[in-house]
Each structure stands twice: as structure tokens, then as C-alpha cells.
Design a protein around this ligand. Structure first.
Ligand code: ADP
Ligand code: MG
Length: 327
């Protein structure tokens, strides 16, 4: 009797194991395409989990969006140069971590980039380069040193009138991390939250293999040149090959150095591997600004963080501990 029961349990357990499948949903959140994949036994459960992730990401969007006039972020911006604004601990902490990344990257990453005047256009309409004066003035209100945090009162104050903050280079990564954490706490064994190339993964594929990420060269999009396993960690790819403008033979990309007002120039794509998508997201943007040499140097100093850079000539550069398998 006992033996039978034991056998049935094993049988049930193994059918459960083998019926695990990847369930996936694509939708638009935070103005971007999100692909949410979970490994689950049945469709009903999977869609319950996916909805939880969607709710979590929408909740974060309401907090950090600078387009939504009702967000706390908009409230901070409206009060720039006027008064500190009390915010949720979650937003306060995100801003605190953003400032820490600014320090880590010598200001290449800066959420106050958002007040930059839009003097560069990357839609083909720009015929002459802006003047040096215009470029300098465009970043007059940019500077993370003027974001004043008061931990005790949990307030944020933008010191200068007209200052703005924006989470365009960190928010999607943060949302991917939070959705992952939530689904793990709900017991989801494996999955991928992919926010337009900012992704965090956990667990393994139903066949027992690690998740794999394909790295493509933007100059030859149909051809992935590396397929890398990622295990319970994040990978973020940043870069838009189409958005750039050429002046005097130099290529200027849509990511602008917040310290100088000049667009980043020698990189077309960066992938960063890190334990968290938030940091990977912010670092990918920073590497664009820092350039290949300084970017690689900085990444090589950080533990558990790797990167692959593709420069504007198609050259591939990798940090010290990365191993590209040609496929
Ligand atoms: P994408 O999400 O388009 O792949 P990124 O993650 O690199 O690209 O983020 C680019 C966005 O980040 C820009 O659209 C802008 O909102 C914001 N941003 C641009 N430059 C900086 C910067 N130096 N520091 C912080 N945020 C930036
Ligand atoms: Mg980024």
C-alpha cells in the first residue's frame, strides 16, 4: 500500500515536472515593449503570475513617470527651486541609488540629465552643429550635486529652478528587478522579465538548460555573434543604431554626455551583465557616455559585472572575464 502511494507520488511529481512550460506575454508598459515569460504548469496559473508582474510594473510606472502629472516624480519637478517634496521610501531609495551611480561613473550617469535643452535632433532634420555656447548652456541645470536628499524627512529637493529628473536609463531595469522579486516570492520557479532589452532572469528553462541571451551586432542585425548563458542574473543592451547624426565625419549618438552637452560618439551598442537589471541599465547608458576605454576600465574594476561593447566601426570589445562563444 505504502509502496503504491510512493509510486503514485513519484508519477504525479514527474508529470508535473515534464508539463512545465514557458508561458509568454508581450505588452506595452512604461512606453516600451515588455516580454514577460514564466515557467509554469498550466496556462491559468501562468496568466495569474504574468498579471501580477504587469501590476507591479504599472505601479512603478505611476511612481517614477515624468509624463504623468500625478506621479511623485512630477511633484518633485514642479517644486524645483521652490521646496523639498516628501516621497515614498521606494522613490527616495531609487534616487539615492541613482546618485550613487552618478558618483561611480563620475557623472556620466545623471538622472538630472532631463533638464537638458533639446538642441540635438536625431531625425535627419539637423543640418548644422549647435554652437559651443549653445551646447554649454544646454546643460546649465544638469548636475546630480543639486539633488538634495533629506533622509530623515524623506524629502527630495531640486535646488535650481527648471531642474528636472528622469528615470529613462534606470527605470526599466528597476521594474524588471522588482517584477522578478515579486514572482519569486509567489513561488514562480523560473522566468524572464525583458523590458525592451533590459532583462532579468531566474531559474532555468523547463529542459534544465540555462536561459541564453543572443548578442547581435547592430551593423548586422540578422546575425547573433554570441550566445551567452545567464543564470539568475540580468543583462541589458543599450543602443539605438538608427538614432545618430554625422558632422565632419564624426558620428554623434542620441545619448548625450550630461557633463558637457556633447553626444556620445564612438559606441553603437553596449551589453552589460550584472546581478541586477537596475545597475546594468544605468551602467549601459554610462558606458555610452564614458566611451570604450574608460567604460571598459570602469567595468573591469567592478565585481560580478561584465560588458560587451560594439564601436562605431563594428569592433567588439569585452571586459576581462567574458567569454564569447562564436556561433
Ligand atoms: P534605451 O532604454 O533606449 O535602450 P538607455 O537605457 O541607454 O536606452 O536610456 C536612454 C535614456 O536614458 C534616454 O532616452 C534618456 O531618457 C535617459 N538618459 C540619457 N542620457 C542619460 C544620462 N547621461 N544619464 C541618465 N539618463 C540618461
Ligand atoms: Mg540604460
Amino acid at each position: 500500500m505504502k509502496k503504491h502511494l510512493f509510486l503514485i507520488v513519484i508519477l504525479l511529481y514527474s508529470t508535473q515536472l515534464f508539463s512545465q512550460q514557458i508561458h509568454r506575454k508581450t505588452l506595452k508598459l512604461m512606453g516600451s515593449r515588455f516580454d514577460i515569460s514564466v515557467v509554469a504548469n498550466d496556462t491559468l496559473k501562468a496568466s495569474y503570475y504574468i498579471n501580477l508582474a504587469v501590476e507591479e510594473i504599472s505601479r512603478i510606472e505611476k511612481l517614477i513617470s515624468s509624463w504623468d502629472p500625478n506621479s511623485q516624480t512630477s511633484e518633485i519637478i514642479r517644486n524645483a527651486g521652490i521646496q523639498p517634496v516628501k516621497v515614498d521610501k521606494e522613490l527616495f531609495d531609487l534616487i539615492e541609488r541613482s546618485i550613487a551611480i552618478s558618483k561611480l561613473t563620475d557623472g556620466a550617469f545623471d538622472i538630472s540629465y532631463a533638464s537638458m535643452d533639446k538642441i540635438w535632433k536625431f531625425d535627419g532634420s539637423m543640418k548644422t552643429m549647435p554652437s559651443e555656447k549653445e551646447i554649454k548652456e544646454s546643460v546649465a541645470k544638469v548636475g546630480y550635486n543639486n539633488i538634495i536628499l533629506d533622509k530623515e524627512n524623506q524629502t527630495v529637493f531640486l535646488k535650481l529652478k527648471g531642474m528636472k529628473i528622469g528615470f529613462g536609463a534606470i527605470g526599466k531595469g528597476y521594474a524588471a528587478d522588482k517584477a522578478k522579486t515579486l514572482l519569486i516570492s509567489e513561488g514562480v520557479v523560473a522566468g524572464i522579465i525583458n523590458a525592451s532589452g533590459d532583462m532579468n532572469t531566474w531559474g532555468k528553462q523547463p529542459n534544465g538548460d540555462d536561459w541564453k541571451v543572443a548578442i547581435t551586432n547592430p551593423l548586422n542585425k540578422n546575425n547573433a555573434f554570441a550566445l551567452l548563458p545567464i543564470s539568475n542574473s540580468a543583462v541589458v543592451t543599450s543602443g539605438d543604431y538608427e538614432k545618430y547624426v554625422n558632422f565632419n565625419g564624426k558620428r554623434y549618438s542620441h545619448i548625450i554626455d550630461p557633463r558637457t552637452g556633447y553626444p556620445a560618439s564612438d559606441i553603437i551598442s553596449v551589453s552589460v551583465f550584472a546581478p541586477k537589471a537596475e545597475l546594468a541599465d544605468a551602467l549601459a547608458t554610462s558606458i555610452f557616455v564614458m566611451g570604450t576605454e574608460i567604460g571598459l576600465n570602469r567595468i573591469n574594476q567592478l565585481k560580478n559585472i561584465e560588458c560587451i561593447i560594439i564601436d562605431s566601426k563594428g569592433g567588439i570589445h569585452t571586459s576581462n572575464n567574458i567569454n564569447i562563444n562564436k556561433i
